[in-house]
Ligand binder design. Sequence first.
Ligand SMILES: Cc1cc2nc3c(=O)[nH]c(=O)nc-3n(C[C@H](O)[C@H](O)[C@H](O)COP(=O)(O)OP(=O)(O)OC[C@H]3O[C@@H](n4cnc5c(N)ncnc54)[C@H](O)[C@@H]3O)c2cc1C
Length: 400
Amino acid sequence: MKHVIIIGGGYGGVATLRRLAKDKNIKITLIDKNIYHFLQTEGYELVAGTTPFDETIVNLQTLCGSYRKPIEFIQQKVENIDFEKKELICEDETLIHYDYLVIAVGSMTRFVKSVQGLRECSHGVKNLNGAFKMKQFFEKELFLRLESPQQAQIHYSMVIGGAGLSGVEIATEMQYYFNRYYKSNTLACNVLHIHLISGSKTILKGMHSSVIQKAEKRLRQLGVIIHAGSHIKSVETSQVLLENGKNISFDFMIFTGGIVPTGIVAKLDVKRNHLGQIIVDTSLRVPYKEGVFAIGDAAEIRDKNNKLIPDTAQVAIKSGHTVSHNIKRLIRHKKPHVNRIKIKSLAIALGGRYAILDLGFIRIYGLLAHYIKKITEKLYKYPLWLRCRYGFKKIESCKL
Ligand SMILES: Cc1cc2nc3c(=O)[nH]c(=O)nc-3n(C[C@H](O)[C@H](O)[C@H](O)COP(=O)(O)OP(=O)(O)OC[C@H]3O[C@@H](n4cnc5c(N)ncnc54)[C@H](O)[C@@H]3O)c2cc1C
């Protein structure tokens, strides 16, 4: 029986697992440094306090325990990979042998080194720990304002560096959240300001012009202050300096200006692109490393026309499907298939019950787009939660 190891139980790793779990002739091990899969696509709601944290996670141990055939889950950080010996080196120095390996370790915030003070003075939102800390910070800030009328009059500014998908979603959701408190007169949130900084001339660079226009309009309507067309030059404890000379004071800064693969990828003896992502072939194999695949944010994925595909959960899931299919083919001594990954749609949450859904040939705005996005998120997590509940029962009954 061939042993497939998946490193990383995020969108890509879980998608690979779900497809391979149906094959009786494969032994699967999932390794993740955390016991949970953080649903980053709902991270903006967690930060804004509109979704409880337990609704943004899927437990990997109970998920693995839910399948008929045994799937091993190991909570460990993988430190390195010996491609010659086909072995993983874990944090506790355990060595684990594989026949096929899927590297699905995702990414982390890219704090641009040339921007002085950025790493030290701003926060990322790529993991549950960071998002959770931010949520607690804002809730405490609002509570202090509720307690003291003097405190409630003090201006409070939050800066979001980076106006891509995650920056825009967080800005709109947080502003919507502040406005809601203000309208209900519970707090003087009219002195809370959100500044969104875009290095490009527009927000949501690369997206359809009408998506950009609508999103900008929504941000302004909510009261978000947009600073477009100037990169961040440096960051100090409580102010950010832009290249155009503008200074913005802040109490809290979030940076969402880009991603780099997680630490382990930089240690591997593989070819990487300028962002550090693993370069894979058309079947998502890592060249010259037998039986090794890389997927999701950790890899540079191109479509059949060699065009770069943006790093999204959707792409991570689809790349997981491609890889599971190709592993099954290789085990049966068949040629792997070329990936046919295409982005069919993109949904952007813009605060409250407003979203934009871009289907390529048509764009839907407002309430309908919001509900479609919500249904898509639920269709992803509910089947996983159901599995987890079943897995939990199975694990508990084994203990008796
Ligand atoms: C705020 C926000 C909003 C977003 N909104 C959207 C959206 O609306 N739509 C969309 O499609 N995409 C969205 N994205 C992007 C999307 O979340 C990512 O593209 C997606 O998570 C990538 O999936 P992945 O499987 O590659 O990595 P991840 O989901 O990040 O999973 C990687 C896993 O690897 C584990 N890991 C890392 N290193 C190690 C190691 N050394 N050893 C063991 N385990 C390790 C991690 O613990 C993690 O569980 C958003 C991202 C953010 C931050």
